[in-house]
Design a protein. Structure first.
Length: 301
């Protein structure tokens, strides 16, 4: 009897690989935006599969906030070595030191928004004409407005009202000098698709995604990591909890969830049962109702 289990994963995998090959055909200097999160990891593995046995023809571009989890950086470096990929790093700390951005102060300070300037400067420095991201339409309402090929003007800005139509599988990557594109190969995937694909392909993941013991504190109903870069309020206390990350970013905005998911099968079961969205644990999305869209218009991921 034919096994039809998860055949949709093969369909969306084929779609993503097609998009990645279109990038290679239409652009001269693409790069993969690599955060160390599950979506960028999956995009990287899809690129590996799309061009195998050759190496990935795009460098991995990581914007280091200086407030990344140590586990993320360790995983990044091991993956680059494993795949024989090229790594380009843009430093938010360097942007601060040069006076290009001003660091936020106070207990709610975050370097997450500062990434935008560093990203755009790094794209300009290396003359990247396409940045491949792991954005998905289901994760946040602003993401749902994106196309596969998302145009950015000469200032790196995104205009959600001025996007090119995408008919069938025809993508228009034409641009003027100084402009570039963001491309999202897994745009049609869901969080569940990503984890089922990781399970199916047995992709090694950062330890942050699995239940581990960590010092945390509770703020506005969510747990945050009690790391040196975090400033606690007088009313906040450090606790030791069994937690994991659903989405990974800057320490200042990455929420942690209580969990007993010790392996990929446990994570799939947990995601299937949850009623809280993936971005529900991101503190940066709670700054305003249009926080993500505002950042994307400025040039954010």
């Amino acid at each position: 009897m034919k096994d039809y289990t998860l055949t949709h994963l093969k369909e969306i995998e084929a779609e993503a690989i097609y998009v990645l090959r279109e990038v290679a055909a239409q652009f001269e200097r693409p790069a993969i935006l690599f955060s160390g999160g599950k979506d960028s990891i999956v995009v990287t593995y899809l690129a590996h599969k799309a061009f195998y046995p050759a190496k990935i023809p795009f460098p991995l571009l990581h914007i280091d906030t200086g407030h990344n989890f140590a586990e993320t950086l360790d995983y990044r470096d091991k993956l680059v070595e494993k795949l024989g990929a090229t790594l380009v790093v843009g430093s938010v700390q360097e942007s601060i030191d040069k006076g290009e951005v001003v660091e936020e102060k106070g207990v709610h300070a975050s370097r997450n928004r500062l990434q935008t300037t560093t990203l755009l400067n790094t794209i300009a420095k290396y003359k990247f004409d396409c940045a491949i991201g792991g954005g998905r339409r289901d994760e946040e309402k602003a993401r749902a407005k994106e196309r596969f090929f998302s145009h950015r003007d000469e200032f790196g800005q995104w205009d959600p009202k001025n996007q090119r139509p995408e008919l069938w599988n025809i993508f228009n990557g034409k641009k003027r000098p100084g402009e570039h594109f963001r491309v999202f190969p897994i745009s049609n995937w869901t969080e569940m698709d990503v984890w089922q694909y990781i399970l199916q392909e047995n992709i090694e993941m950062p330890s942050l995604y699995f239940t581990h013991t960590r010092n945390v504190f509770l703020r506005d109903g969510q747990y945050l990591a009690a790391e040196p870069c975090m400033t606690l309020k007088p009313t906040e206390n450090v606790e030791i909890k069994q937690v994991r990350c659903r989405t990974i970013g800057d320490i200042s905005c990455t929420g942690l969830v209580l969990s007993e998911a010790h392996n990929l099968e446990d994570i799939v079961k947990e995601i299937a049962a949850t009623r809280i969205t993936e971005r529900g644990g991101r503190a940066d999305d709670k700054r305003s109702d249009t926080a993500m869209e505002d950042r994307k218009k400025e040039g954010y991921f």
